[in-house]
Every structure is written in C-alpha cells, then in structure tokens.
Design a protein around this ligand. Structure first.
Ligand code: GRG
Length: 307
C-alpha cells in the first residue's frame, strides 16, 4: 500500500481502477440487450464501498496485493449490483429509482432484469475464479469461492431478504414482541454477509494470518451492521438527490427497520458503539500506521455517510 497517498487520493485511484476493470469484464454484446441491461446497473456510479473494503483489506496485509484482490473486489460489486436489481423488482421492494436513475426493470422490463441479475450472479463466480487462479493456490481460491456462495445464499443475503419479507407489515403490537436478535440476524445476513466477505476475502487472498483473518471478519461484521443502521437512518433523514433513491420508502412499505424498532437516538448510540468496535478490530489486526489510517477512513465513510 502506498503510504504517500492520502485517504482521498487512495479512494479516488482505487475507484477508478474498479470502474475500468468492471467495464473490461462487461465488454461483451451477445445477446446485446442482456449485456446492456447488466452494464446499465453495474456501471451506474455506485460508491463501490464493498470493493474498496476488499482492496484496502488486501493491501493492508500485503502492499502489492491490488492485482490479487481486484477480481474478487469486482465479483463483489457484480453480486451487489444483481442484488439491487432483484431487490427493486415489483415482487420485492418495487422501486422506481436507483443510483439516481430509473431502476433496471423500468428500462428493460421485468423478465430482462431477472435474467440480467442471474447472469451477473453467475459471472461473479467466474470472474473470481478465472482471474484469481494464477495468483493464489487452489485451496485458498476454493475457500474464498465457497465463502462467497455462503454470503449470497440462505444463510446470507437471500435468507436476510426472506426474513425482511416475513417481517414487513408487522402490526405495532407484534413489533413490540419482536426479538431484537431477529432484526439483527436479518441485517447481518441481508447486508452484513457481503460486507463481511469483502473484508475477509481481501485479507485472505493477501495471505493474512489466522489472527488477522478473525480481526477482518469481525471488522466486516461490525461494519455490515453499522452500514444497515446508517441506511435505515438515511431513509428517514436523507433526500432523494443525495440518496439517488426514494427516501421514506421503509415507512410507507411497512418495513421493520433498526430506527423503527429502537428509535433515532438509540440507533445513533449504537452506531457510535459499532464505530468503536470496528476500531478495536482494526487494531487487533496489527497493521502498519498507514494501513490503519486508510481502514479508519473507510469505516468513517461507512458509518458517517450521507448517501
Ligand atoms: C444475492 C442471489 C441474491 C439475491 C438477492 C434481493 C436480495 C436477494 C437481497 C437484498 C440485498 C440488499 C439489496 C440489501 C440492501 C443493501 C443496501 C443498503 C444497499 C445499498 O448499498 P450502497 O449504499 O449502494 O452501497 P451503492 O449504490 O453505493 O452501491
């Protein structure tokens, strides 16, 4: 990791590299409408926080790990993009706006957006495997590929989304009886699993020790929960221009969010606690001062973000 780069410069250069690589991976045209639909959602200006976490985690362990972790960072963005496409569908959240543009199904129709999501999901695995296999041994690659599948499946994003659906529309009386652990489990799976994979996979591909791996896993878990609580707060306090999506959607669709369950004050206190926990996890990894500084900058971008 280049210690001479400031946090802002580091993030800007890495974001640009991520964009270029994603464009390169998506540079196909057969069938044209499918690839157009895939590109429409992936190359639409996301913050790339998960990819950045993966790259920063890798480079904090090994200064020359950028190339090793880049395919994995891109695979994570492909999974993230497909989850947003499917999440916006009428059968799920039924959203019209994403990243400041009409959602995928509004432009390409429902059938094409389901298929574009499916293709992106499959592509994530092939990008990870095809472009990482020359850098790491087969055991490491299999472990990383398997963890990615777990982060996506029933114990990860899909399971979290199912809990989300089952809690939507709960009456105020039923809400009082809800075990907060169910809410936490929903967040840890739906949003946290991919964020945890991001920190863990970067560190793993760069050859982290077991102690460091457990610190990076913890960091991802804490950031994942913090990210979703921030998202819930932004749904109440954010505006459409900065968010690029419709605010207030959680309340109108009867979603159970951290803010609805615990209130604004408690949610903000929880974020402060999680920030402290994230800093403890970073210090457990015993990294260089510059790596610690970059990870700290990223954790602030996760928790104090306004978009
Ligand atoms: C993954 C197979 C598979 C299915 C998806 C729909 C679904 C199952 C899961 C929902 C996952 C989801 C959409 C969680 C919400 C995560 C969230 C808060 C996204 C916003 O992330 P940002 O702010 O977005 O990083 P940008 O646009 O910056 O990338």
């Amino acid at each position: 990791m280049e210690s001479v780069l400031s946090f802002t410069e580091y993030v800007a250069t890495r974001r640009q590299l991520i964009e270029e690589r994603l464009k390169q991976y998506l540079n196909y045209d057969d069938p044209p409408v499918l690839w157009e639909s895939m590109r429409y959602s992936v190359l639409s200006g996301g913050k790339r926080l998960r990819a950045l976490l993966c790259l920063t985690s890798a480079e904090s362990i090994r200064a020359d790990a950028l190339e090793i972790a880049m395919p994995c960072a891109c695979a994570i963005e492909l999974v993230h993009a497909m989850s947003l496409i499917h999440d916006d569908l009428p059968a799920l959240d039924n959203d019209d706006l994403r990243r400041g543009r009409p959602t995928n199904h509004k432009v390409f129709g429902e059938a094409m957006s389901i298929l574009a999501g499916d293709a992106l999901l499959a592509m994530a695995t092939s990008v990870l495997i095809d472009y990482t296999c020359s850098f790491v041994n087969a055991d490491t690659l299999l472990k990383v590929a398997s963890k990615l599948s777990h982060a996506i499946g029933a114990n990860g994003m899909v399971g979290g989304q199912v809990i989300d659906i089952s809690l939507t529309g709960l009456s105020q009386d039923k809400l009082k009886e809800l075990d907060p652990q169910v809410l936490e489990s929903m967040h840890r799976r739906k949003t946290g699993a991919l964020i945890t994979f991001s920190t863990w996979s970067g560190a793993c591909l760069a050859g982290a020790t077991l102690t460091q791996l457990s610190a990076f896993k913890r960091l991802g878990q804490v950031l994942g929960l913090a990210f979703q609580i921030t998202d819930d707060l932004l749904d109440v306090t954010g505006d459409v221009y900065r968010l690029g999506k419709t605010p207030g959607k959680d309340a109108t669709s009867g979603k159970i969010t951290w803010v609805r369950f615990f209130g604004m004050e408690q949610s903000r206190k929880m974020l402060l606690k999680l920030k402290q926990e994230a800093r403890e996890a970073i210090s457990e990894a015993q990294l260089s001062k510059s790596a610690t500084g970059l990870l700290d900058g990223l954790l602030v971008s996760f928790i104090d973000r306004v978009s």
